[in-house]
Design a protein around this ligand. Structure first.
Ligand code: IMP
Ligand code: MG
Length: 180
């Protein structure tokens, strides 16, 4: 669906945009959501200008378990290490689908009173949204298809692929998946 080169080009543009929207002299705390956002976060922050004071941290949230359908259950499995009160925080997520994960996370983060809270997603399945979530930066709007690669997985598989691919799935059979 999206090649390594296309993703790279878009991520450079996102990094530039985020940097230009960030108050000079402020620390920017970039919080990646494990495991899906690891490659995206690492490429994104390395495209940010050296004069920007960038810090990174990670959170893990349960969402889909092993299937391609949402369980509707969201909980924090691993929290960030630092206090974010008064900080400029950017949440980096691989994909927004229903919005359940990000909306839960945003509420949890807002309660910690950061000075500023922004969200950045690589992929947005806009038509699937059920929760209203403010997405400040988006790499690509994609149609309703299950995608893998560049950090995104299907049952733990295919995260390591450099490009983003669509998975084909036989009706009702979670194990019968393959790359399109
Ligand atoms: P949401 O809570 O429905 O917005 O789903 C967001 C989470 O579901 C993401 O963090 C992903 O882990 C997972 N997810 C949603 N769609 C896909 C997909 O197409 N491929 C891989 N993971 C997905
Ligand atoms: Mg995820």
């Amino acid at each position: 669906m999206i090649s390594e080169q296309e993703a790279d080009k878009r991520i450079r543009a996102l990094a530039e945009q985020i940097a230009s929207d960030t108050e000079p002299g402020n620390d920017l705390l970039v919080v990646g959501i494990l495991n899906g956002a690891v490659f995206f976060l690492s490429d994104l922050v390395r495209r940010m200008p050296p004069e920007l004071d960038v810090r990174i941290d990670f959170m893990a949230i349960s969402s889909y378990g092993n299937s391609t359908k949402s369980s509707g259950v969201v909980r924090i499995i691993k929290d960030i290490c630092c206090d974010i009160e008064g900080k400029d925080v950017l949440i980096v997520e691989d994909i927004i689908d229903t919005g359940l994960t990000l909306s839960y996370l945003m509420d949890a983060m807002k309660a910690r009173r950061p000075a500023r809270l922004r969200t950045c997603v690589l992929l947005d399945k806009h038509e699937r949204r059920t929760e209203a979530v403010k997405v400040d930066y988006c790499g690509f709007q994609i149609p309703d298809a299950f995608v893998v690669g560049y950090g995104l997985d299907c049952g733990g598989k295919w995260r390591h692929l450099s490009a983003i691919h669509v998975v084909s799935q036989a009706e009702g059979a979670d194990n019968a998946v393959d790359l399109l």
